[in-house]
Design a protein around this ligand. Structure first.
Ligand code: NAI
Length: 204
C-alpha cells in the first residue's frame, strides 16, 4: 500500500514513535494512549494522533492503541517489515563505529558488506565482516543489497555514490559532508553531526 501526501515530517517522526512503542512492548504493555507515548517521547499527543490518523490508525478512547498492532503497522508503513541488506563504504573511524553498533537491527537493517579502497584494510575483519575492495561494488545487486552507507572522506563521496547507483542501490545514507548528485529514483539522506552542532548554540 502506498500512502500519498503524507508530510515528510510525519514520516520522520515514525521511527521515533516506533522506538517508543518498542519500549512499551518490552514492558509488557498491551495498549498505550497517545498521551503516554507522548510523555515518554516528549512529544505532543495531538501530533501523534494526527500522524497515525494519516495512515488510518485511530486509538480507542480510554484504551489507546494496541501496542503490537501499531508496531506492526508502523514497520509496514516504513517498509521495515523486510530485512534491508545494506553495504557500508569507508571502513574508517566512523565506519567502524557504525559496524560495531547493534541498534540497526531493530529497524531491520543488516550491514552485510564493507568496502574500502585502502589495501591495508582490504581482507581484514571488522565486527565480523571482511573488508572488500571498493572496486567490487558491482557485486551488490547479485547479493540483494539495495542500500548503501557512505562513510568515506568528502572528496571520494560522489565517485562512491556513482558506483553505488551503477550497482543498483536505491537508497544512500551519506555521512560525508558533500552534496551527492544521484538520479531521482535514488533517495539520499545526509547526516551531518557538525552541521547539527552548528545550530545548537543558537538554542543553548
Ligand atoms: P577516516 O579517514 O577514518 O575513514 C575514511 C575511510 O574511507 C578510510 O578507511 C579510507 O580508506 C576510506 N576511503 C577513502 N576513499 C575511498 C574510496 N574512494 N572508496 C572506498 N573507501 C574509501 O574518516 P572518518 O573519520 O571515518 O570519517 C568518514 C567520513 O564521515 C568523512 O567524510 C567525515 O567527514 C564524515 N564524518 C561525518 C560525521 C557526521 O556526523 N556526518 C561524523 C564524523 C565523520
Amino acid at each position: 500500500m502506498r500512502y500519498r501526501k503524507i508530510p515528510d515530517e510525519s514520516i520522520r517522526r515514525l521511527p521515533v514513535y516506533l522506538r517508543g512503542l518498542l519500549y512499551f512492548a518490552e514492558t509488557g504493555a498491551k495498549g498505550v494512549s497517545s498521551e503516554k507515548l507522548a510523555d515518554f517521547l516528549h512529544f505532543n499527543p495531538a501530533q501523534i494522533r494526527k500522524d497515525f490518523s494519516y495512515f488510518g490508525y485511530f486509538g480507542i478512547r480510554g484504551v489507546g492503541y494496541d501496542v503490537n498492532t501499531l508496531i506492526k503497522q508502523t514497520r509496514n508503513i516504513l517498509k521495515l517489515g523486510n530485512k534491508h541488506k545494506t553495504a557500508l563504504i569507508g571502513a574508517g573511524n566512523l565506519g567502524k563505529a557504525i559496524l560495531a553498533y547493534p541498534g540497526f537491527g531493530v529497524y531491520g537493517f543488516e550491514i552485510l558488506a564493507v568496502f574500502d579502497s585502502d589495501q591495508a584494510k582490504i581482507g581484514k575483519k571488522i565486527s565480523g565482516r571482511t573488508v572488500e575492495d571498493v572496486s567490487n561494488l558491482r557485486t551488490l545487486k547479485k547479493r540483494g543489497i539495495s542500500l548503501g552507507i557512505v562513510a568515506t572522506p568528502a572528496p571520494a563521496a560522489q565517485q562512491v555514490a556513482d558506483a553505488l547507483v551503477d550497482a543498483g542501490i536505491t537508497g544512500i545514507l551519506n555521512f560525508a559532508p558533500h552534496h551527492l548528485i544521484v538520479p531521482k529514483k535514488v533517495k539520499v539522506i545526509t547526516i551531518d553531526i557538525a552541521m547539527e552542532l552548528g545550530r545548537l548554540p543558537y538554542y543553548a
